[in-house]
Design a protein around this ligand. Sequence first.
Ligand code: OOB
Length: 555
Amino acid sequence: MTDTPTAPSALATTPGLDAPTWPAEFAARYRAAGHWRGETFGGVLRERAAAHPDRVALIDPAPERRTWTYRQLDERADRLAAGLAARGIGKGDRVVVQLPNVGEFVEVVFALFRIGALPVYALPAHRDTEIGYFCSFTEAVAYVVPDVHGGFDHRRLASRVEERTPSLRHVFVVGDPGEHTALAEVSADPETAPEGPEPHELAFLQLSGGTTGLPKLIPRTHDDYIYSLRGSNDICGVDGDTRFLVLLPAAHNFPMSSPGWLGVLYAGGTVVLAPRPDPSAAFPLVARERITMTGMVPPLALVWTEAAPETEEDLGSLRLVLVGGAKYSEEAARRLEPALGCRLMQVFGMAEGLVNYTRLDDDYETIVTTQGRPISPDDEVRLVDDDGEPVPDGEFGHLLTRGPYTIRGYWRAPEHNERSFTADGFYRSGDIARRTPGGHLVVEGRAKDQINRGGEKVAPEEVENILLAHPAVHDASVVAVPDEYLGERSLAYVILRDGAERPGSVALKRFVRERGIAAYKIPDLVEFVDAFPETGIGKVSKKSLRANSPAADER
Ligand code: OOB
C-alpha cells in the first residue's frame, strides 16, 4: 500500500490512547477557542490547595463526620500517589475503582490522576460479571473496594476476580482489608512520585450505559473533561460558596461532572457525600451542612418533592436542584420548585460527552418542558431521519453530536466505533429529540435498544445472555415497559425448551442474581411465551414485544 496522507477530517489515533481521538484541526480549534486550556486534574487540585489551603473541600458525614481541606486533600492525594507508584502502578495503568460515596473515593481518584493511571469507574452495584469483565478487558493492575457495603462483602468478590484475572496485582480495601491491602497503608513520601500526565492524555475510563453485551469504555481526557466542568460551572453558577451534595453514586458521570463533585472542586467549593439519597438520610444533611446545590434522577426527585412539604428539616439553604439521567415528566417538573423552594434545572447528558442544561434565566415553561441546550457553542447537534438526512426544523430526529468534550470513539472497540460514530466523527446517541424554536432540546424517546430504569441503564443483551444460560430457557428477549415511578422497568420474555419444566419467575430472577450481576439489571417482570413476534426479515421484533407487554401482573 502506498503512503497516502491522512485526510484532514480523518480520525486521529494517538498511540497509548487506544481510541480514536479528535483530528488535529478540531483540537487546534478547541484550544484556540479557549475550551482546552492545558490543565490537568492533578494540577488543578495543586493550584486550589495553594490558593485556599484551609477551605473545606470535602465532607464525608458518616459514620463519623470527616472533613478534608484543600490542603489535606492535596497532601493525601500526593502521599497516596507516591504509595501507588512505589507499588509499581504508573502512567496508563488501569485501576478499577468501585467505591460508594466515601471520602477515599475522591482521594484515590486524585492520586491516580496525579500519576496518570486511569480510574475505571465501576458502580457499587456491580458484581462478578461486570467487575470480572472490567478487570480483564482493561487488563487492570489494581482494584479498589470497600470492605463491606450494603451487606455485601467486596473483599470476597475481589478474591474471586483476582483468581481469574492474571493482570490484577493489587486489591486495595477501604476499611478492614481481610486478605488484601488496606488503602490506608498505601502511602509514601511524595518526593518519590513520578511525573504526571499531559492535558491531552487520558484521565479515566467512564462506563457507557450501552445496549450490547457489556458496557463499553469511554476514554476522557483531562482537557475535554475539565472543559465540560468549567462550562457546567458557569451555567449552574458554581463558585467557592457552593455546597454540593452528592446523592447519586459518585462514579456516575452526572454527579461527577454536571456540575458534580469534580466541577465543585474545580471552583473551590465544598462537596458533601451522601451515604444514601432518600429524604430520611439526605434532608438532615441538607439542613446540617447548609447544602446549596444537588443533582438527582427523576424518581428520586419525585420522592423529594413528596417528602419536602412534610419535613421538619430546614431545606432553606437549597438554591438549585438538577434533574436528569432519564426523562422528567412535565407534571413532576412543575411540582419541584414549589415543594423544595429552590430552582430546577433539567439536564440531559451522556457519559460519551454532550451535556444539555436548561438555563437559570430561561423562562419557567422552558425549564419544565425541555431538557436544555448544549454547554458549548462548539457542540454540534444534528437531528436526522433514518437515512441520516436532517429533519425539518422542530421535528423529531436521531440525535447525533460531536464537539469539544464528546469522544470520537470508545476504548479498544473498533467494531462498535464503526456503528456508534459517523464517518465524520458524530456520536450516534440513540436518542430521539426535537429542537424548540428557542434552541432547546426535547427528548422524545430512544431508538437504541436500552432500558432506562430511572436513570440506571440496562443493556437487554447482557441480561438475555444470562437468561440463556438457564437450562430450561430456549430463548429470551428483554424489553422496557412503562412504569409510573421509574419511567421504565424491564420485562423478560422467555421461551422454554421443549419439555422443560417451567421455573417460577422468582426462581428465574434468583438465577440471574446468582450469576453475579448488578441488582438493577435483574428483570422486574418475567413472562413466558411460545414464540417471539418477528420483523419482516425474521429478527425478534422488540417493538411488538414492547407494544404487547402486559406490563402489569407482577406489580
Ligand atoms: C447520563 O449519562 P448516561 O451515559 O448514563 O446515559 C445517557 C443517556 C442518554 O443518551 C439518554 O438516553 C438518557 O441517558 N438521558 C435522558 C436524560 N438524561 C439522560 N433522557 C431523557 N431526559 C434526560 N434529561 O444519564 C447523564 C450524564 C451526564 C449528565 C446527566 C445525565
